[in-house]
Design a binder for this molecule. Structure first.
Ligand SMILES: Cc1cc2nc3c(=O)[nH]c(=O)nc-3n(C[C@H](O)[C@H](O)[C@H](O)COP(=O)(O)OP(=O)(O)OC[C@H]3O[C@@H](n4cnc5c(N)ncnc54)[C@H](O)[C@@H]3O)c2cc1C
Length: 334
């Protein structure tokens, strides 16, 4: 949905990123009477949540809910509260004015003016970094999610986290595939939710093979991917595995370069907030302490982009709600 940039571009709060954290925070802010604009860099709202086939760990949905449906309902709720939804508007810079105002510059060359910014820019897929595998991108190699129409193929999924687990479970249920789950460590390394591990171990359809302590070091094929080469991290033994598709789901990382001069980040590039930034130089000469979710004065972060956050839908919604409580205090509304 495009917003009219000729109209007033000044808001109490600008939210950067239209995933579940951004949308949930905007609903909370608008329900408290703030004028809010959400800027989403992609064509569609929803972020990672839109890619989840079935969310089984969200309260209120005993049978689970698809990520797309959750986003559809959330967008309807945001519109109902009068949230301004703008996509695609990729934010390129945040600037501070001479008084307390902040400016948000977008890829359209248009700027928004606000007193508070909430960054909910999430994360992007981490790359495998094996050139032979990269050369088959779009020809059997995929990041993130697989198309729905896969039937009867041999598919390998790399990753030990929830996104890899979700993909394996969805494939095993729906498509008569043979699935090889490739994990660098052990499946029980606590990266994947236990309910997913249980489904994979139970292997009800008998079509999942779990390979632990392995890494992919090569790939080959004619015009499309046909084999990958696996190395055992225990024995160094090499195995050439035939397959039709490889899904890489090895986690994700933040990309916050565009705001680097306005936020405090940890060693992995996630935004630090609250008491964890209190000793930073930006706060030393400030007359108050940082509020929860605040990184530098007036700039807040929540969801997956926030340092040490729990990377889940429900926790992103919860953090977004907490961030709005701080923003209301910052704006003197509480
Ligand atoms: C395949 C998969 C399965 C998952 N399964 C589950 C599950 O079953 N249960 C669960 O609880 N969690 C699950 N998760 C995790 C969950 O989806 C995330 O924790 C949650 O969606 C994070 O939301 P977010 O809003 O913080 O970030 P994101 O969803 O990453 O959204 C960030 C948004 O910001 C936008 N953006 C980035 N930079 C800019 C910019 N410069 N300007 C404007 N916009 C920008 C992006 O385009 C994106 O839309 C899963 C994740 C994946 C990938």
């Amino acid at each position: 949905m495009r917003c009219s940039l000729n109209a007033e571009n000044t808001f109490d709060l600008v939210v950067i990123g239209g995933g579940i954290a951004g949308l949930a925070s905007a609903i909370n802010a608008a329900s408290e009477g703030l004028s809010v604009c959400v800027l989403e860099g992609g064509i569609e709202f929803g972020g990672q949540t839109s890619t989840i086939k079935q969310i089984r760990n969200l309260v209120g949905y005993p049978e689970g809910i698809s990520g797309r449906e959750l986003i559809r309902l959330t967008l309807a709720q945001a519109r109902g509260f009068g949230v301004k939804l703008c996509a695609p508007y990729r934010v390129q810079k945040i600037r501070r004015g001479s008084l307390s105002e902040l400016y948000v510059d977008t890829s359209h060359g248009k700027s928004f003016t606000t007193r508070a910014i909430l960054i909910t820019a999430g994360v992007r897929y981490r790359r495998l970094g094996v050139d032979e595998v990269s050369s088959f991108m779009g020809h059997g190699v995929t990041y993130g999610e697989l198309p729905d129409n896969i039937v009867g193929e041999r598919v390998a999924v790399i990753g030990g986290g929830n996104s890899a687990g979700q993909a394996v479970v969805a494939l095993a249920q729906k498509s008569e595939c043979n699935i090889d789950l490739l994990v660098r460590g052990a499946l029980s390394d606590k990266q994947m939710s236990q309910y997913l591990i249980d489904v994979i171990r139970k292997n009800a359809h008998g079509n999942i093979d779990v390979h632990e302590q392995v890494e992919v070091i090569g790939a080959d094929g004619f015009l499309k991917l046909e084999h990958i080469t696996l190395r055992s991290l225990k024995t160094q033994h090499l195995t050439r595995m035939p397959l039709d598709r490889l899904l890489i789901s090895i986690g994700s990382e933040p990309h916050i370069e565009w705001a680097a001069d306005q936020v405090v980040v940890d060693e992995k590039g996630f935004i630090k907030t609250g008491s964890r930034v209190a000793s930073e130089s930006v706060w030393i000469n400030t007359q108050r302490k940082p509020l929860p979710f605040e990184t530098t004065p007036g700039i807040f972060a929540a969801g997956d982009i926030e340092s040490e956050s729990v990377k889940r839908v429900a926790s992103s919604i919860g953090a977004a709600t907490g961030a709005i409580a701080s923003i209301l205090r910052f704006l003197g509304r509480r």
